[in-house]
Design a protein around this ligand. Structure first.
Ligand code: FUB
Length: 367
């Protein structure tokens, strides 16, 4: 029996008894309630959305309101593999919250794969940005050749609907775009992910397919790991304003993290925020399931590894965003509490603490 079934069953039993004003079988109700309570108690936070599966939450404050741009996970016939083919998402919804404690409103579907002229399938983790009253939804998708590219869609409102540009962003590749606005108003896109995210197929922005296995094309274990890619955005937010560059992540001694350092090296899900003038790059370590972070004095790095933001969640993937709301910092993340299935995730949020020495207090998602 999966968790969603247990929770739904418990609620159904309670509602059924109250609806027909019957005497409940108190021991059954009590048993189901205890099951639901004990499941919920295992987790630090509860799912924000329960009527859709959602993942990879990119949260932003636009005009004083909190908006979440997640992936929309769906049931799929595609078998599970190490390339993530079972993450076969078809569209995006936007969610809004008046404040971090208020309820989450589903603003509806804002973009579907059928609305994107160049995209064939797999709408993976998106992000959004605002500039001069326009809103930009950035998203990875596979093209007709099954190559991940990054697209952009534009709207007049944070809740869309978004209109996709006819072509992907020129020079884009791989997955997981995250757009960071610096204090001077410049916007930078961070992107990339290895294995199913295809970053290992590129060197210096050139496609060099080394084979179909998820690890084909990765550096040797004692060689520097691949880093996320950065590119400054053009003034109109629709193109890269420069040739994308790879970001270096170093250890405390100044040496690059190596490919075999699976607990610390970059895998996917880059996110950047600034705190007290320092740039924090956080990312998933993929097959070791941490959200790690590294810091730098400028958006290009090099970044120095500092530690763990979030310990492994239930489920294979770990993907997050970090956002400041009215002076408090929040981590948005996901796990698989509702389904128990890797590709059917649910988003969550919790407070995040920057300690006085600038480090981030590690969060444990399970109790
Ligand atoms: O949601 C699909 C993929 O799973 C994302 O793009 C990755 O970051 C991982 O969360």
């Amino acid at each position: 029996m999966n968790n969603l079934y247990k929770i739904t069953t418990a609620l159904a039993v309670i509602l059924a008894f109250s609806a027909c004003n019957n005497s409940p079988n108190t021991s059954e109700v009590a048993e189901e309630t205890v099951v639901a309570d004990s499941i919920a108690a295992r987790y630090l936070s509860q799912p924000l959305i329960t009527d859709h599966y959602t993942a990879d939450p990119s949260a932003h404050v636009f005009d004083g309101k909190l908006y979440i741009y997640p992936s929309h996970d769906i049931e799929s016939e595609v078998p599970q593999d190490d390339l993530g083919s079972h993450f076969n998402m078809m569209d995006y919804h936007v969610y809004a919250m008046d404040s971090p404690t208020s309820s989450v409103v589903d603003e509806g579907k804002v973009l579907g794969v059928e609305d994107i002229p160049w995209a064939k399938r797999q709408l993976w983790a998106p992000d959004a940005a605002e500039k001069d009253g326009k809103y930009y939804l950035y998203f990875p998708a596979k093209d007709a050749q099954d190559i991940f590219k990054i697209g952009v869609a534009v709207a007049d409102s944070p809740t869309g609907p978004f209109t996709a540009q006819p072509e992907p962003i020129k020079g884009s590749y791989s997955i997981d775009p995250a757009v960071f606005e610096d204090a001077d108003g410049s916007n930078y896109m961070y992107f990339g992910g290895i294995w199913g995210g295809q970053l290992q197929k590129y060197r210096n922005n050139n496609f060099e397919d080394k084979g179909p296995a998820p690890t084909d094309g990765l550096p040797a274990d004692d060689q520097p790991a691949l880093g996320p890619i950065i590119a400054k955005m053009s003034d109109d937010m629709l193109e890269f304003a420069e040739t994308p560059k790879e970001i270096k992540i170093l250890d405390q001694e100044g040496n690059p993290l190596v490919n075999g350092d699976n607990n610390r090296r970059f895998f996917e899900a880059a996110w950047v925020h600034q705190y007290n003038g320092t740039y924090y790059l956080s990312y998933s370590t993929g097959d070791t399931h941490y959200i790690a972070y590294a810091t730098a004095e400028n958006p290009y790095g090099p970044f120095t590894y500092q530690g763990v933001v979030l310990n492994p969640v239930e489920g294979w993937t770990n993907h997050h965003s970090i956002v400041e709301v009215n002076g408090e910092w929040y981590l948005f993340y996901h796990d698989t509490q509702l389904s128990g299935e890797t590709h059917l995730r649910n988003i969550k949020m919790t407070k995040l603490t920057h300690l006085p020495d600038g480090s981030i207090q590690t969060i444990d998602p399970n109790n």
